[in-house]
Each structure stands twice: as C-alpha cells, then as structure tokens.
Design a protein around this ligand. Sequence first.
Ligand SMILES: Cc1cc2nc3c(=O)[nH]c(=O)nc-3n(C[C@H](O)[C@H](O)[C@H](O)COP(=O)(O)OP(=O)(O)OC[C@H]3O[C@@H](n4cnc5c(N)ncnc54)[C@H](O)[C@@H]3O)c2cc1C
Length: 454
Amino acid sequence: MVLSSLCESSILPLRRPEAMMLYEPIGHDPAHWPDSYWRASCPALPPCPPLARSSTVDVAIIGAGYAGLNAALELVESHGADVAVLEAAQPGWGASGRNGGFCCLGGTKLDATAITRRIGAAGAAEWDAFEHAGIARVRDNLARYRIDAQTTETGEIQLAANARAWARMQRAGGEVLDATQLREHGLNTAVYPGGAMTRAGFGLHPYAYVTGLARAALAAGVALHGDSRVTGLTPAQAGWTVQTAQGQVHARQVLIATNGYSDERLPGWLHRRILPALSHVMVTEPIAPADLQAQGWTRHLMAYDSRTLLHYFRLLPDNRMLFGARGGMSFRPAPVARFAREARQAFDMIFPAWQAVPAAYHWNGLVCLTTSRAPYIGPVPGAPGLFLALGWHGNGVAAASHGGRCAARALMGVADAAPRLTRRPPARFPLPRKLALRAGMALAGLIDGPLRPR
Ligand SMILES: Cc1cc2nc3c(=O)[nH]c(=O)nc-3n(C[C@H](O)[C@H](O)[C@H](O)COP(=O)(O)OP(=O)(O)OC[C@H]3O[C@@H](n4cnc5c(N)ncnc54)[C@H](O)[C@@H]3O)c2cc1C
C-alpha cells in the first residue's frame, strides 16, 4: 500500500510543477551548461550515448556526479555487480563539474557539539573519521585512476568575518593567525582580522576529477548513459523498472544520486525533504605576480570566511582567483547578474589591489540541504531496493565521493556501511521552502552583518 502510493506519485504527470521544482527550468536544463573555467580548461569527455534499449542490470544509478560514479566504481570493482548509470545531461553536468574544487572537510551544517547531542560522542567521532576518509578517498581516486586534477597545497583557512567571530576563534584555540601573521603567510586581505588553519584537504580541478571518474567507470565496464533523464520509477517483479525517453533498465536495486538537481517525483517520497540552494562562482583573469605581491595574497591555500552566507576563495594554479558566494534565489538573468555584482563588490573590498583584474567567468549551480542538516545515505522508507545518497550541504567533493562508496556497500548489504549521522531519513520541510530560504537568508544577513574593511 505504502509502496504503491509512493510509486503512483512518482509516475503521475506533473500537475503542480511549481510544487516540485523550486527554481526555473533553465537551472535543470541539460542544454544550459554554463561556460565555466573548468570546462574551458579541461578536455571534454566524449559524449556518453543515451540509453536506447531495454536492459537488465543488478544496480541502476541515477546521476553521474561524484556520488553516482563513486558508487558505480565501488559496486563493479569490489562487488562484481553489473551497473548502469543514467545521467540526464552528461557526466559532471551537475555540481560535480562546476564547484569550487575545495576537497575539504564538511557535508553537514551541524557542529561537533550538535552532532554529539544528536548521536553521542562515538557517533561524532565516526562522522569526523568519515570526513577525513572522504579527503583520503579523493586522493586515492586521483592516484588509482591516474587523474591529473591539478591539486594545490594542503590545508584550509577559515577567516573571521568580524571582531566577534575573531574573538570566538581565539577562544576555541587551535592554530590561529592574526592579521599580521596572515600577511606574513601570504594571506593578506583588507577585511579579515584573523583566521584559523585546518591542516586537511586540498584544492582540485573538479571537472577533471569527475570526468576522470567517468573514464574509470567506463573502463571498469559500467554502462554509462548520457542524455538519459529518468522519467519514471516503477516497482517490478524483482526490483524496479527505470524509464528514460528512449529506453528502460530493469534493476534489482536503484541508487538515486541526484542531490541538488533531484526530481522530487523520483520517488514522490523525496518531495519537500530537500532544499536545493544556489552557489555562485567567479573566476578572474590570471593575476600578475606584482599584483599578487601588492595585495599580499600569494598562497594557493583554500580559504573561506565565517559568515553563514559565506565567501570562499582560492588562487588557482595559473594565478586566477576563484571567488565563490552562497546565496541568490533564482536562475533568471537579472537576479543572477545582481548577485554577481554583489559578489564582485565583496571581492573588491577583500582584495582592493585587484579591483582592476577582470572577471573572466561567472556561473552558478545547486547544492542540497536537508531538514536533518546532514546527508542521507539509506533506503527510501517503504520502497525495498530503492536507495538515496544526497544532501552534502555545499561540501560534496570529499563527502559525496566517500558517501557514494558507502551507499554502494549499504546496497550490497554491508551493515552500518554509512556513518550513523547519515542514516536518519530527512523529514519534510514544514514551511514553503522558498519562504524558508528567504527568511533564512534574511536572518543570516542580520547575523553576519555587512562585510567591512578591517
Ligand atoms: C557553485 C558550486 C560550488 C561548490 N563548491 C564546492 C567546493 O568547493 N567544495 C565542495 O566540497 N563542494 C562544493 N560544492 C558542492 C559539490 O559540488 C556537491 O556537493 C557535489 O558535487 C554533489 O555531487 P553529487 O554527485 O551528489 O551531485 P551532482 O554532481 O549535482 O550530480 C547530480 C546529477 O544528477 C543528474 N540528474 C538529476 N535528475 C536526474 C534524472 N531524473 N535522471 C538522470 N539524471 C539526473 C544531474 O543532471 C546531475 O548531473 C559546490 C557546488 C556548487 C553548485
């Protein structure tokens, strides 16, 4: 009964599209693939052909980003499974091919205290180990599949956005640097009074990484289909039938790895349990060595600030600055242009010596939040054989890579394959989500306060 109502909702024609899709269709349109710096600086993967027949596999995976491709590789290499991956566009079209390339700790909006309160000290330690294992997993993937992802130096600095945040950082202890020390370390800005260093993670070329995974999956025998949007999921005798425009796959199990780009009818259970949110990236023209010296920012270290609607930035190997900002509510050109202008104003305030450096690329994409403020890796309740792996909260380079592997092991029946924090199915958002997002952003703006020169 539960199963049939769930599946009915997943195959019914869309009656109220606005209730299923938070953003304008252009944001989900495979034909609209932003001209990012990443695609301009990396050989494209030859197009993966669409699924154009009926086939049978052990596991069908929906979505060819870090989560789906890592799951596919794990299933084939460690469990000998027969796997098909169905991607609406081409591998890496989603967030995995257009992110900031911070391979870092993260994946939840909960801090260690909140995690301990929710699942105890052992659960918090397990999550901490998962985050570090995610970074190690990406390093291992790069080495194992011989992917040249132009990695940059190890570590990450969180910069205090104001005096209050700086005082908090100093109280927390660890490796903190004040403004003078930041300058001495080649991390000078006109805004931040101090920062805290984490000796974990590294920068990478996200599109090189995801296309490298896709090549490895093809070489391992995964049936990887592009231009194959899944339009229906129906229970079949021994599993599920996964429908695309030109074909169908029968699979014992299905893993949905669609994160911020999810179709909330697939399955209907997902509806209103996730909150896709926009992140925006700008990449400048290369900055001349004299201008790097003039600003006093010469390191290729990953950096982000302590704001809720944070700014994140890092110098790329060719000395372009990548500058990211969370926020925005629409894919329409006018609001996107307005948001890009605001991000540029923040950039100019943080790095005044680079005000004349032109921006060469702008693009955006969707990350995925949940009500539990943590990812979900586990079965769809009431739908045997259907699994989800999503909700990386804006930090999925490492977490989705490792989370995809955990999901694969969970599918194969390995007990406790995913960390406890990720095993709680997210509840539905109680409020209309755009309203919640708008209210959340307004509140975050008040708490963060305006960015000000030091
Ligand atoms: C601008 C931006 C900057 C970011 N920066 C960072 C960063 O620096 N560090 C970090 O750790 N994280 C970052 N993230 C987040 C990170 O990129 C994501 O968490 C991660 O890539 C998610 O991987 P995924 O495989 O779960 O999903 P995605 O890579 O989004 O892949 C999902 C795929 O599912 C496909 N799909 C959806 N519906 C269907 C369907 N019905 N049928 C078939 N296919 C479907 C989509 O086409 C898409 O390709 C950023 C994200 C954005 C948008």
